[in-house]
Design a protein around this ligand. Structure first.
Ligand SMILES: NC(=O)c1ccc[n+]([C@@H]2O[C@H](COP(=O)([O-])OP(=O)(O)OC[C@H]3O[C@@H](n4cnc5c(N)ncnc54)[C@H](OP(=O)(O)O)[C@@H]3O)[C@@H](O)[C@H]2O)c1
Length: 241
């Protein structure tokens, strides 16, 4: 496969950064996050093609991101996400709105902006990073579960809509991954890391590299028939207790 231009949102740390590092061995990877200095340093240290700092919750952020990258995107990985752990009566308006903006609206807008080129060249790959909490449900994570579930609907609808354009659309739903996202003050009060592990059938965290390698496969020609799929990489979490 020739080198593809890959945009990965939320690639300053965690799953996104690991995926960027892994895919940059064979593709041109563009990274994003909110801190320009961090992104510049990462781009220097790694073999990344470019970066753009943007708060994807702000107005016109997806448009600004795509305009400033000024390159045709072959592969879009919608990875940036936010997780709030709060009971519904304590969930703030900001937490509700930001969850919708970052986890749902930004992916939608970014797909809308990158699909015209993919259609033109009759090739494209879109990978949404959902969560097992969007497949099952998670107590005290209503905004997260709601917005991640909506990405599954978006994935399936677009996979159908774009099937004849040689564009595949899939969603990866990770289980618990030990990143900054789960270093959450409210979550910590209810569960320690070892208590979380006790709830996972394989008794381990999923690693960011497992997600990165699945992205690599979904981009490859071997995965061209895989579209509209909701892929759980969750160490058995989706199976029940
Ligand atoms: N960790 C888990 O257990 C887990 C489980 C299931 C699904 N996931 C999903 O996997 C994806 C990656 O999660 P992660 O665990 O790697 O999280 P993470 O380590 O917290 O990284 C989140 C990334 O998103 C970026 N980001 C956050 N808010 C942003 C905003 N408003 N505008 C632009 N970028 C923003 C962050 O960039 P800056 O902070 O540098 O701006 C960072 O690069 C998310 O969609 C998450 O929901 C994670």
């Amino acid at each position: 496969m020739n080198r593809k231009n890959i945009l990965i949102t939320g690639s300053s740390k965690g799953i996104g950064l690991e995926t960027a590092k892994y895919l940059s061995k064979s593709h041109n990877v563009y990274i994003t996050g909110r801190d320009e200095n961090i992104l510049a340093k990462l781009t220097n240290e790694n073999n990344f093609k470019g970066f753009y700092a943007v708060d994807l919750c702000s107005n016109d952020a997806p448009k600004n991101l795509i305009e400033n990258l000024n390159t045709n995107i072959d592969v879009l990985i919608n990875n940036a996400g936010v997780y709030f752990y709060n009971s519904i009566d304590k969930m703030t308006q900001d937490e509700i709105i930001n969850s919708i903006k970052l986890n749902t609206l930004a992916p939608y807008e970014l797909i809308k902006l990158t699909v015209p080129y993919m259609k033109e060249q009759q090739w494209g790959r879109i990978i949404n990073i959902g969560s097992i909490s969007g497949v099952m449900g998670e107590a005290n994570a209503s905004t997260y579960s709601m917005t991640k579930a909506s990405l599954i609907g978006l994935t399936k609808s677009l996979a159908l809509e774009l099937a004849q354009n040689n564009i595949t659309v899939n969603i990866i739903n990770p289980g618990w991954v030990d990143t900054e996202l789960i270093n959450n003050e409210n979550l910590d009060k209810d569960f320690s890391k070892s208590e979380i592990i006790e709830t996972i059938p394989q008794r381990r965290f999923v690693t960011p590299l497992e997600i990165a390698k699945t992205c690599e496969f979904l981009i490859s020609d071997n995965a061209k028939s895989i579209t509209g799929q909701s892929i759980n990489i969750c160490a058995g979490l989706s199976l029940g207790f």
